[in-house]
Write a protein that binds this ligand. Sequence first.
Ligand SMILES: [Zn+2]
Length: 73
Amino acid sequence: MTPTPDRQEIDDLKASIDLVALFESYDVPVTKVDRSIKALCPFHTETTPSMGINRKKGVYQCCVCLDGQCRLG
Ligand SMILES: [Zn+2]
């Protein structure tokens, strides 16, 4: 039987991860444009950042390949 993750544990884990620091730790360039945070998508080759990062919600998504959504629930 597969254990069911506790919702609070998942939320706590997501809240503990700073996505900008995580992207930068993998040498993914991150730029701040006004109140938005953009990064070069690590899932496809590009020269203009398409990956949007929402620090408050703890999610990210590339608007080109639509990959990279946080899958922690
Ligand atoms: Zn992409």
